[in-house]
Design a protein around this ligand. Structure first.
Ligand code: TYM
Length: 333
């Protein structure tokens, strides 16, 4: 039996952070040995924020280097750059004909972008879920490793894929589901006491894989906390829970239990907890950072990975697009 197909991507809007790692990359690394995997760098998607050409190129390279540094292996899976696959842009156009403005306007991500950046509500933001559906459907993937914030986008993908199948009376696209090895999707919190870790959530919110130990210590020591629990076994306020959630992903079980115990007995000192958290983040990121630095200097290898990946990805994409065109009724004379 042939292996199930997996697709996922990360936007090229900056360096990867721990949220990207534990929400997505951790699964990429494992899945590449079990499935037929396509992992790409979403540079078309990053254009909604209008990067200048030099920055765009540099961030695409950075994400590619960081994929490789994390252990995504171009011999085990296909790694490519979204804009190297014009078939994706064509499928985006075709799917867009059956995506309704009303449903796109109801996307929570779109509504959030409108609220945060009322001066830049471009059509690319509105059609973001259509492009994402094209990324997934172009390889007819059934599993998509992503973090919790992408759940609604996967719902859109199923809607557009099913609609196409119904319209043209053919099962071209399978139903893609968000995937995290049998457990619920992950949301890694940031250091600012509020929601998720993210590149655009403000200075100091995210810990990047490429951050130096000094930078990590500084960011973590400044993380939001409070004056401590006042009764035993007190439920944790959000900012404190966030520190524990971060500890859960980078520290040992013993360390986590130790600080849980100190919290429950009201003996916790957040300065000590943050020091430990910073050191564990440094231990986790140090080997990655070393590889990032080494790979960044190897332009020949980067070029080879990108061109081989583009070739492999286009093989699969061109089959899908020619079937879609046939079903729609495009024929040559
Ligand atoms: P992006 O760049 O915003 O996020 C990339 C991946 O990282 C995950 N992620 C997180 N997971 C847990 N906690 C966090 N704090 C956190 N921050 C980010 C995201 O869930 C995502 O998996 N739209 C996608 C890019 C994309 C894509 C696709 C993904 C474009 N086309 C097709 C899969 C399939 C995105 O949000 O990128």
């Amino acid at each position: 039996m042939s292996k199930e197909t997996v697709v996922s991507g990360i936007r090229s809007t900056g360096n990867l952070h721990l949220g990207n790692y534990f929400g997505a990359i951790k699964n990429f690394i494992k899945m590449q040995h079990e499935y037929n995997c396509y992992f790409f760098i979403a540079d078309y998607h990053s254009l909604t924020t209008h990067p200048n050409p030099a920055d765009l190129h540099a961030t695409v390279k950075q994400v590619l280097v960081e994929y490789l540094a994390c252990g995504i292996d171009p011999d085990a899976c296909t790694i490519y750059i979204q804009s190297d696959l014009p078939e994706t842009a064509e499928l985006f156009l075709l799917l867009g004909m059956n995506a309704y403005v009303g449903e796109l306007e109801r996307s929570t991500t779109f509504k959030e972008k409108v609220r945060k950046h009322p001066d830049n509500v471009n059509a690319g933001l509105l059609t973001y879920p259509v492009l994402m559906a094209a990324d997934i459907l172009i390889h007819r993937a059934s599993k998509v490793p992503v973090g919790k914030d992408q759940e609604q986008h996967l719902e859109f993908t199923r809607t557009f894929g099913n609609r196409f199948n119904r319209m043209y009376k053919h099962d071209l696209f399978p139903e893609a589901v968000a995937f995290n090895y049998g457990t619920s999707l992950v949301k890694i919190p940031g250091l600012d006491g509020g929601g998720k870790m993210g590149k655009s959530e403000g200075e100091g919110n995210a810990v990047f894989l490429s951050d130096s130990p000094e930078v990590i210590r500084k960011k973590v020591m400044r993380a939001v906390s409070d004056s401590g629990p006042t009764i035993e076994n007190q439920p944790k306020p959000e900012a404190i829970q966030n520190l524990f959630t971060l500890m859960e992903v980078v520290s040992s079980k013993e360390t986590l239990l130790h600080f849980e115990d100190l919290y429950n007995t009201m003996k916790i000192r957040y300065g000590d907890m943050k020091k430990q958290l910073a050191e564990d983040m440094i231990l986790f990121t140090a080997p990655l950072r070393e590889k990032i630095l080494a790979l960044s200097a190897d332009d020949k290898y980067i070029h080879k990975v990108a061109s081989q990946g583009a070739e492999k990805a286009r093989e699969s994409a061109s089959k899908t697009i020619s079937e879609a065109r046939k079903l729609i009724g495009f024929r040559s004379f």
